[in-house]
Design a protein around this ligand. Structure first.
Ligand SMILES: NC(=O)c1ccc[n+]([C@@H]2O[C@H](COP(=O)([O-])OP(=O)(O)OC[C@H]3O[C@@H](n4cnc5c(N)ncnc54)[C@H](OP(=O)(O)O)[C@@H]3O)[C@@H](O)[C@H]2O)c1
Length: 278
């Protein structure tokens, strides 16, 4: 059944799982992304009206991150347009402990549209679908801040929470904090992936400066280097992020998935045993 629900970032790490959750309930949401039809591009406001027209509720993930320059203005414009076009409810994916993301949350909270904020800690799937995959494939993971404890969260749990609060208006006006059930250091994570994928992985504790220099040598674009430096120096070290919160259990009525469960399932797909393409 086609519906008036929109998932912006509906092909991404949480968005595509939100789409799957809705489809399981017989709901076929509209997808907002550059590759969808009609296309939605954060960098081209002319594409927004077509995608938002006729929409009643929407899940919004901003790309690449609510902390980057321009994100606040984009969320402001999108929220304004959504209200003008009659959107009734927004569920915004935000990041825990990000001051800039909280500014974006406030824009949505003050908009007059019904809302739920889903505030997430770092995703498990960063290790299989994002920037931590390449070091795993290379067999050598070199990261700074190896003693920081992180409540990595499964994007399947985030998506189930997001789909639930999108459909259930009793969560309107709430900030739901989604974290995994345990705290792990990077070294712990690499050990778990090594065990579950049956691979020898080496972990090196380096400084943030060495990490940044390494990215620059690999000619990673400056805006990406800026974002990663920001995430490590501001977000990771924020004590608010080093806590387990039980909102997943509160919303879903079951425990959050553990990192070990994620690692076992992911190892079965063989993704961590691919030969790295040079
Ligand atoms: N990764 C984490 O650990 C983490 C933790 C907490 C919060 N968050 C938040 O989650 C959000 C999403 O981050 P993510 O890394 O997980 O990304 P993601 O959702 O995997 O992002 C990819 C999605 O964004 C779309 N996209 C990319 N560029 C776009 C553009 N210019 N216009 C429209 N759509 C675009 C992609 O589709 P197309 O390619 O088809 O356009 C795809 O649907 C961010 O706001 C971030 O702050 C992430």
């Amino acid at each position: 059944m086609k519906t008036n629900i929109l998932v912006i970032g509906g092909t991404g790490k949480t968005g595509r799982r939100v789409v799957e959750q809705l489809q399981k309930k017989g709901i076929e949401p509209r997808i907002g992304s550059r590759s969808a039809s009609p296309s939605f591009d954060w960098d081209n406001k002319d594409t927004w009206v077509n995608v938002l027209n006729g929409i009643e509720k929407m899940y919004v993930t901003y790309y690449p991150d609510l902390a980057v320059p321009g994100a606040k203005e984009a969320i402001q414009s999108l929220t304004y347009l959504a209200k003008e076009l009659g959107v009734k409810k927004m569920v915004l994916l935000s990041g825990k402990g990000e001051t800039e993301a909280e500014t974006c949350e406030k824009i949505v909270m003050d908009s007059g549209i019904d809302y739920t904020i889903v505030r997430a800690s770092w995703f498990n799937q960063n290790w299989s679908e994002s920037f931590f995959l390449d070091p795993i494939l290379s067999g050598e993971v070199a990261l700074p801040m190896s003693d920081v404890l992180i409540p990595f969260v499964d994007t399947n749990d985030i998506a189930e929470v997001a789909a639930t609060v999108l459909l259930d208006d009793t969560y309107n006006g709430e900030i739901i904090e989604v974290t995994g059930p345990e705290l792990f250091t990077f070294k712990d994570i690499v050990n778990i992936i090594s065990r579950t994928s049956n691979r020898k992985l080496s972990f090196y504790d380096i400084t943030l400066e060495q990490y940044i220099d390494g990215m620059k040598q690999m000619q990673i674009p400056n805006d990406v280097v800026w974002l990663i430096e920001y995430l490590f120096s501001h977000v990771l070290t924020n004590p608010k992020n080093q806590l387990v919160v039980n909102d997943i259990e509160r919303v879903l009525g079951r425990k959050a998935k553990t990192f070990l469960e994620y690692a076992q399932k992911t190892a079965e797909t063989g993704i961590w045993n691919q030969v790295e393409v040079q």
